[in-house]
Design a protein around this ligand. Sequence first.
Ligand code: FE2
Length: 375
Amino acid sequence: MQQLVEQAAPPGADFLPLNGTDYVEFYVGNARQAAYFYRAAFGMSLVAYSGPETGVRGRASYVVQQNKIRFVLTTPLVSEGPIAQHVQRHGDGVRDIALWVDDAESAYRETTRRGGKGVRAPETLRDENGEVRISAIAIYGDTIHSFIERRNYCGVFMPGFKAVEQPDHVARPVGLKHIDHVVGNVGWGEMNKWVEFYQNVMGFRLYQHFDDKDISTDYSALMSKVMANGNDRVKFPINEPAEGKKKSQIEEYLEYYKGPGAQHIAMATDNIVDTVGRLRDQGVEFLRVPVTYYQELERRVEKIDEPIGKLEELGILVDRDDEGYMLQIFTRPVEDRPTLFFEVIQRKGSRSFGKGNFKALFEAIEREQASRGNL
Ligand code: FE2
């Protein structure tokens, strides 16, 4: 059963206060082209660049942004080293889910003394716009959380990057506002280990959970727990595969990503019909659910503001709980490996993650898995 687990915040002050997600960094095979994809398809604007021209050797990074959503696309310029190894092993994928903090030193100290594995000791980066303090710890797989403190910085991103001054004529914004949640896939039996990590090391609490009875089809199953930080601005659902008749979508991910990693990033909009219409026009490919989904929709979710015909035309899903409803849609994987994908979400009161849609959705994912010969 889905449960809103209104677990009380742990006693004492939040030892890891978070202002939100600062950016998500992807390690990719070709950052210039990946940046073009996020600009042209998702409507993000190129705002900053770092590479040999800015005095950074061995890598190039493009920062693209839409409202509060910021992606950094980084590629290695050499065939050796950790970035190249990450790309070789995982394909294009998320390296860093960076969190915005007021004190990067304290974030590092508090998390590492609770068992977090440090990957970057606190460091101060400076340029003419001030200073950014940064530190980082490891999470599942080869993924990390950087802690970014930027209260003494007024530049566009961070030292080492130069602002792109001219307006981005490629980007056609689609109304994506902020990151709602980032989901991690972890290995068999590892979900609770990572739930405990977020509880003990990061001071998060259990927000919702789903078991394999909620999330199973004839073929595949998974279990999921949603972790939230003290002020609920940051939510990380953690999935693990569960035993099903055939290979689950989580197993397919783990096989192709070669281990745990970020499965999807959900981006919020205030007008999902408009946003998804624009994304489709710009070439973003979404999962399709069968027409039967819409025949039952009105009975299932009752009165909603959006015309059901329009939702059906665009393939948008709806789910309701006692607090309101939410609308959501999922893209197909955005690389050739069936790994990372995106969700577009609009919340109208509901804090849920769309349990009522899981079955229809997973059947749609399985059709795609079958077409790849992986079911
Ligand atoms: Fe999601």
